[in-house]
Design a binder for this molecule. Structure first.
Ligand SMILES: Nc1ncnc2c1ncn2[C@@H]1O[C@H](COP(=O)(O)OP(=O)(O)OP(=O)(O)O)[C@@H](O)[C@H]1O
Ligand SMILES: Nc1ncnc2c1ncn2[C@@H]1O[C@H](COP(=O)(O)OP(=O)(O)OP(=O)(O)O)[C@@H](O)[C@H]1O
Ligand SMILES: [Mg+2]
Ligand SMILES: [Mg+2]
Lengths: 257, 257
């Protein structure tokens, strides 16, 4: 069965989408079959993988609201081995539209599980979440096996972490007993900057092994790549950003071997 | 009457809170009486101005959900001339709690307007919004005179701008006819980086005078200041970040003179 990872953190701009795109592409580069589900109404992961905003007839909105079959909203990307379920801005009304649905927290889980596993020959399914602990992120937490938490090496980013950990525990106790933290990923790390070093020391001290040994450095090639609609692995394979995400993929694959 | 500015952008991590805190402090430094309303459940603006998470008995949650008087949730900060309405994580359930309230979009506007203007001797009221176009941000758009849009000098940030402009137009047509865009503020600008220059060129070309002439440079002192619970003006008054926000305050005051 595929390993389902939600990339989540309600703090904005911490590198969720950048991690979802480049980790998915790194898994695919190592030969795994990967599906990326874009659950953010901003649709940055879809854009970053070359799906134009006008070309998203079928999207994660249909999956959650119209309960269509997962297979019908999956499409190929330019990257071999990497498929995507794109998102549109319609998704931003999901909270309101699903308010009276008693099973509103497990719609995504059921959509993935209903599809016969034989059809879903993916080794990894990644879910890119919006910057909020809303119904969309909760659906991802209920559907997934593990949560990957990008942690920007900044003061405000640390502040939100305990709230996120509380929400994860609540979902584990009420809806998804197998939910665990896949790991905490330090992002936009700048070795010359005290704040980054301090955040890393604090995180490793308080969270120990939960923190990945791989650290993603601040690297302008990571922020340039999406404007060319490609992962950094294709945009600049020799960059520090590309190497860091490949090493993250290896670290996760080794943990799950 | 006070000038009410919402600091909003659904894209995460673009500098909303950093702008709300430091612009408010810069207005106060120039002698204005300022109120900052924290409408983000993350409570970063409250933390950045020294209100501990355990010390927020009265908050913007009470204002929206229990409809208490605005005066009762206002408190002083360490900064002369700057008061705050702090926020707590309870605010994250506002969408759901207010779903059946027909006037749910104008609760904040009514709370501000109900308070007799004589009592509210503020020249500026700033509202820090969460990274979403949800009920909290819509309340800010309905309550305010102008929207200040921080625009990170990055590709993904440009992508969300047209959606935000559409939402602003919709609020102007349905709930707040006087709503206008106070300005678009380039943030985390790095003059050595092509992407920053490109975003600036695009923004000034497409949006013209809407873009403030003041640009906020990427400056580590801005991200260090909140860990000392103070605006950058007090943490490092000679820094590029402090000078930039003072110049923004002057630019806005001159536009509104
Ligand atoms: N390691 C990095 N080095 C440099 N820039 C980065 C890095 N990671 C992400 N970025 C850039 O920082 C910005 C924020 O990253 P991203 O959009 O991935 O965060 P996010 O958490 O998905 O944001 P949101 O909360 O809006 O969904 C983007 O413009 C991205 O290109
Ligand atoms: N000009 C700047 N230079 C350097 N760092 C900055 C600058 N502006 C903001 N930051 C840092 O970048 C991070 C994101 O900024 P901030 O939290 O203000 O954005 P936001 O839009 O309020 O985020 P959210 O969407 O989560 O509310 C913070 O850690 C902040 O300290
Ligand atoms: Mg994102
Ligand atoms: Mg903020």
């Amino acid at each position: 069965a595929p390993k389902i990872l939600a990339v989540a953190n309600q703090k904005g701009g911490v590198g969720k989408t950048t991690t979802a795109i480049n980790l998915a592409a790194s898994f695919a580069r190592s030969g795994a079959a990967v599906l990326l589900i874009d659950l953010d109404p901003q649709g940055n992961a879809s854009t970053g993988l070359g799906i134009a905003a006008t070309d998203r007839e079928k999207s994660s909105y249909d999956l959650l609201i119209d309960k269509v079959n997962l297979q019908s909203v999956i499409r190929r990307t330019e990257i071999a081995g990497l498929d995507i379920v794109p998102s549109t801005v319609d998704l931003s009304s999901a909270d309101i539209e699903l308010i009276s649905n008693e099973k509103r927290l497990s719609i995504l889980r059921d959509a993935i599980r209903l599809t016969s596993i034989k059809e879903l020959e993916y080794q990894y399914i990644l879910i890119d979440c919006p910057p909020s602990l809303n119904l969309l992120t909760l659906n991802a937490l209920v559907a997934c096996d593990g949560v990957l938490i990008p942690l920007q090496s900044e003061f405000f980013a640390l502040e939100g972490l305990s709230q996120l950990m509380l929400s994860i525990r609540e979902v584990r106790q009420t809806a998804n007993p197998d939910l665990r933290i896949e790991g905490i990923l330090l992002t936009m790390y700048d070795a010359r900057n005290n704040l980054s070093q301090q955040v890393e020391t604090d995180a490793r001290h308080n969270l120990g092994d939960l923190v990945f040994s791989t650290v993603i450095p601040r690297n302008v090639r990571l922020s340039e790549a999406p404007s060319f609609a490609m992962p950094v692995l294709d945009y600049d394979p020799k960059s520090k950003g590309a190497k860091a995400y490949l090493s993250l993929a290896e670290e996760i694959m080794a943990r799950n071997a």
